[in-house]
Write a protein that binds this ligand. Structure first.
Ligand SMILES: [Zn+2]
Length: 340
């Protein structure tokens, strides 16, 4: 029952949050990319056991499980089948630095593999019906061709080793691959899925996450003139009253436990923190604001949506001696390291 309750929450969330999910995306220019922020709202779990309505014996259920050894990737619009492990290498290479500690890269490898399996289990989406995943980080995950990169002299030895060391390992909850979302760096805590996407996911809760400040994007400021600010606001929130001085524009914010702005009153209109992030190109929803008479500055902490594995948190934990499985179970609360 619990599982179906969760599924129900996710489906309800999907109806309301799909448009909002697009607000959450990072700019893709940094080391780490927000891993498909719309994952949670869009989730539709697959029932492996009874898809034909009458197969209940174990052997039959087993044969209906999707093949997880290969994956079809939409690369530049062309479906390309490859071994799952080759795909995982390509995602890890795109998502984390080869210079990170091996245990952090192993954690990232398991997260990437888990997410790929999760996508296979969900079935091919309308966006690319001929492929399980695509190489667009806005929708699935970034991907780099490791063979091409190494042939060109790139060093991805730690990435390759981490994928080999963790081959076949994924994180599961109630026996299913989890939506192993991740981000670059959190403030002192990660965000929960409930606070960011509105649907509670048991393994995506807010947890302490030290080490984010090592990310060079951890603290950032975005400054706008009064005219720039008013122009952007008038297009997106035309009913917001941003006359007067900048110090009067923002009021009555609510924050998640992790510090992210959930809602704020902008010129009298209640807006989501994620919408503010999108509108002004902020690194995160964890922001404060300073003003002068003719300008307004957002000061952000963290980089990304803040849910799930923090890559810089993983780096920090690895440097403190944690193993990759400890990192994963810290960030994916209650999930279990399993064999795919
Ligand atoms: Zn995709």
């Amino acid at each position: 029952m619990r599982k179906f309750f969760i599924i129900g929450l996710v489906l309800v969330a999907a109806l309301y949050l799909l448009p909002a999910a697009y607000y959450l995306l990072g700019d893709g220019s940094s080391l780490a990319i927000d891993f498909e922020d719309l994952t949670m709202p869009d989730a539709v779990p697959v029932d492996h056991s009874t898809s034909d309505g009458n197969s209940t014996d174990e052997a039959s259920a087993e044969t209906q499980k999707p093949d997880h050894s290969v994956i079809t990737v939409d690369i530049d619009g062309k479906p390309t089948e490859m071994p799952l492990e080759t795909y995982v290498e390509g995602v890890v290479a795109a998502e984390i630095s080869n210079d990170f500690p091996p245990e952090a890269i192993r954690a990232q490898a398991v997260a990437a593999r888990t997410y790929a399996v999760y996508k296979i289990d969900r079935g091919r989406p309308d966006q690319h019906p001929d492929a399980d995943v695509c190489d667009d980080f806005h929708h699935c995950a970034a991907y780099r061709d490791v063979a091409v990169e190494t042939a060109a002299g790139g060093d991805l030895s730690r990435v390759e080793q981490a994928v080999q060391d963790t081959a076949g390992q994924i994180m599961t909850y109630d026996g299913d691959a989890i939506a192993a979302v991740f981000h670059c760096a959190s403030g002192p805590r990660t965000e929960s899925a409930a606070d960011v996407w509105g649907g509670d996911i048991p393994y995506l809760q807010s947890v302490v996450s030290p080490g984010g400040s090592a990310c060079e994007q951890y603290e950032r400021a975005v400054k706008l003139t009064v005219d720039e600010f008013r122009e952007k606001v008038s297009k997106t929130f035309p009913t917001a009253d941003v006359s007067g001085t900048p110090d009067t524009w923002f009021k009555a914010s609510t924050r998640s436990d992790a510090g992210g702005i959930e809602t704020v009153k902008l010129g009298g209109v209640t807006v989501e923190g994620t919408a503010v992030r999108e509108l002004f190109g902020l690194n995160s929803t964890n922001f404060t604001i300073t003003t002068t008479d003719d300008s307004l500055t957002f000061h952000t902490i963290g980089y990304g949506h803040g849910v799930g594995l923090s890559q810089y948190g993983a780096k920090y934990m690895a440097e403190q001696g944690s193993k990759y499985d400890e990192i994963l179970t810290h960030y994916y609360k209650g999930a279990t390291l399993s064999v795919v």
